[in-house]
Design a binder for this molecule. Sequence first.
Ligand SMILES: Cc1ncc(COP(=O)(O)O)c(C=O)c1O
Length: 384
Amino acid sequence: MFLCVLYILTGAYTASPGIDVVRKQVAKYIEKRDAKYSDYENVFLSNGATDGVRAVMTLVNHSTTGKPPGVMIPIPQYPLFSALVQEYGMYQIDYFLDEENDWAIDVKELRRAIRESRKHCDPRMLVVINPGNPSGFVLSKKDIKDIIRFAYEESLFILADEVYQFNVYEDGLHFYSFKKILTEMGPPYNELELASFMSASKGFMGECGSRGGFCEIINLDPGVKKMFWKYISSHLCSSTIGQAMIYCITNPPHPNEPSYDKFMKEKTAILQSLKERANFVTKTFNSIKGLECKKVVGAMYAFPRIFIPQKVIEKAKGMGIEPDELYGLELLETVGVCIIPGNQFGQRPGTYHFRMTFLPQIDDVKIILQRINKFQKIFMEKYQ
Ligand SMILES: Cc1ncc(COP(=O)(O)O)c(C=O)c1O
């Protein structure tokens, strides 16, 4: 009934942070997910996670020391973050994910990155993507606690991109939200400023065109929160269809309802199939000479390392492009497979990767991997 009304009203503006009924539903969803209290007044709805991130990043975009504000970004990262840092004139502090350790976040590396950045900027925010795009990594409870302690020591605002929270494929591995862990840790950590993002675009839903997203933002100074809500109001409101979508995602069919069985069957089948594809992709990449892929346990991507011959590196240099871009171009021209070169996400200097999504159905994924295998042989013979 509520949904019918919502759909009829999609042509109208809504309250700027979103329709109260939907925000309250989001808070209920968070409470159920985390077993922790959530105040709907800390929730705002956005056009996908993107617009929420765009808004929240403005909160740290001011200088108190004369130096630009610094934002810590994982490398490799989803490029929204580097793009926004650049657009806002802030300073990007790269912290490298630990490929040797399945792309984990190493607190020693966070410390190195922040220490070296201080001469250039005033570090203000830490971005964490969990589960990781493009890394496919999922943080453990202990990882999250370590990161929260680090953020507390450095007085950083945590921006937790948690849009892949349904996409965890390893048995025994769970998605834990930063909000849950931070709340469990108690004082003083539960006073940290945190914004956590979710989206209609990922999970088993894939409703990316509806532009639905939400953000729960906690521990803002009341004066800052007031101004932030004013800022959100200047955007009028987020897509009403996206808001309706978020209502459905956060309030799926209940066990006693007619569509429950069908919903559960479809949801389970989609997530199970993604899990099979994640395993298949990891296994196949590791069987191809010259490629190495860490186990994909979350999100929707593999980010294999390519061991690129020296001749390719020199040729790419002569062409003024990155070696992994040359690899991608030749892959496209030779076998018609399009990937994104690792340099678009960032990678440790001297290492090369590409990102491939495993969203296509398994039969298509198999064809794609066969072609990459074929290409890899041709490529290695050509340049070795
Ligand atoms: C890590 C991550 N965050 C945010 C987004 C953007 O999602 P949305 O469609 O909700 O704006 C994406 C999209 O691929 C993503 O991978």
